[in-house]
Write a protein that binds this ligand. Structure first.
Ligand SMILES: [Zn+2]
Length: 414
């Protein structure tokens, strides 16, 4: 009796283990593995720094802020210290803080970074709800130093490396611009939670029956400061749900899983690149050691199995110094071996004066682009927008590249 119970429970345990393993997403091998086990980060102290002569306040007490210290140099210069969450780290020294005074004043902000890092982003200023890039008279930077002249008053201004788009901003955007009015085709779910318990939203987009439709995955914000890529993502997704005849036909025949914010902790903590565990999420697409990637990969795997959706294309939106599409060289094993060539040809045809900048290579490190290729036999593209690409141009590229993608996936007749 005892023996048979033991046998039974062992049998059960085996079945459970088997089921768990069945549902666990397949790991993917890469040539150059990256250790993505947790690394310590240094948290910035949240505080408002106040100075007496003149009366000036500088604060990092809001989501998306990054300011590690502020020191008064003299009556017209305040030096701000900006540090990364940990090192080694890519050179994307993101900063964001609020500044105000008790009366109108001309103040200089001097930027200070740890050794080995120089100023990268031209500051943007948010005042009265609008973001503006500072002009070249106001701002000078060299390898050694960066100095910003500011006219401040008692109305707080936000100074940031790029326009802040916090998790709350992202939620507001997709609620208003993607879901609102499209409730019959856009379904909001959660893929899980980040290391610090923030939601990982996913928008499941299709019309009619989701079963058997080819699946397109769109994701962004693995790297917090890369908001120009996020801007392209916004226009891209808005075009997919725009209700044009093309968009309608596309969603009758395809399913899109859109992840609008993959690193919510990093975004709200004003990180230069990593998640709350100090890890670059776009190096974790082999063994999924980080909560964010593990749950997103599990979610994609679960959906595609459950409704028999074949993943055909994955795009991951980022920013760098210039517009560039990172593609895979290996294409003949994918479902859409001609996608890149057809898509790039259409982009050059449709966007005035546009020359595609493609960098083709097979991912050797565990990035999402490689995961689509090696793990799914799907086309994987890292869609990069330049830091300073004009925001109107990003809108045009985002919209036209979405239309081109839909036309190609629907086949020749469009
Ligand atoms: Zn990136």
């Amino acid at each position: 009796m005892v023996k048979s119970t033991l046998k039974q429970s062992l049998g059960c345990a085996c079945i459970i283990l088997f089921l768990v393993q069945c549902n666990a997403p397949k790991k993917v091998k890469f040539e150059d593995p990256v250790n993505t086990k947790d690394k310590a980060i240094t948290r910035q102290q949240k505080k408002t720094y106040s100075f007496d002569q003149p009366k000036v306040w500088i604060s990092n007490e809001f989501n998306g802020a990054r300011l590690n210290n502020a020191v008064q140099i003299n009556d017209s210069v305040i030096e701000v210290q900006i540090n990364p969450e940990n090192t080694p780290i890519n050179k994307s020294p993101y900063f964001a803080f609020k500044v105000w005074s008790d009366h109108p004043y001309s103040l200089y902000i001097k930027f200070r970074y740890p050794e080995g890092f120089a100023h990268r982003y031209v500051p943007k200023i948010k005042s009265q709800g609008n973001w503006q890039r500072v002009d070249s008279i106001q701002f000078q930077s060299t390898e050694e130093s960066a100095l910003l002249q500011l006219n401040i008053d008692n109305e707080p201004k936000i100074i940031a490396a790029q326009e802040i788009n916090s998790t709350a901003d992202v939620k507001e955007w997709y609620s208003q611009n993607i879901i609102n009015g499209n409730e019959n085709i856009v379904h909001e779910f959660s893929a899980g939670t980040s290391v610090l318990g923030k939601n990982l939203p996913v928008l499941d987009i299709y019309s009619g029956n989701p079963e058997d439709k080819p699946l397109v995955i769109l994701m962004t914000r693995q790297h917090p400061p890369e908001v120009t890529g996020y801007f392209a993502y916004q226009h891209f997704l808005e075009t997919i749900v725009s209700g044009t005849p093309l968009s309608k036909e596309f969603l009758e025949n395809h399913r899109v899983l859109a992840f609008p914010i993959l690193n919510p902790d990093g975004v709200d903590m004003g990180h230069w690149r990593h998640n709350a565990n100090g890890i670059d999420l776009n190096r974790d697409w082999a063994k999924y050691r980080q909560a964010e990637i593990k749950q997103v990969v599990s979610y994609i795997t679960k959906i595609s199995k459950q409704d028999n959706n074949k993943i055909v294309l994955g795009m991951d939106f980022h920013s760098t110094y210039e517009d560039v599409f990172y593609t895979n060289q290996l294409r003949n094993t994918t479902t859409l071996p001609n996608f890149e060539n057809d898509w790039f040809a259409l982009l050059e045809k449709e966007i005035s004066g546009y020359k595609v900048n493609e960098a083709a290579g097979n991912s050797t490190k565990p990035v999402s682009k490689g995961w689509f290729l090696y793990g799914q036999n799907a086309t994987g593209i890292t869609y990069e927008i330049g830091d300073v690409t004009p925001r109107k141009r990003i809108a045009e590229i985002g919209e036209k590249s979405a239309n081109a993608m839909m036309r190609i996936l629907l086949g020749g007749s469009h």
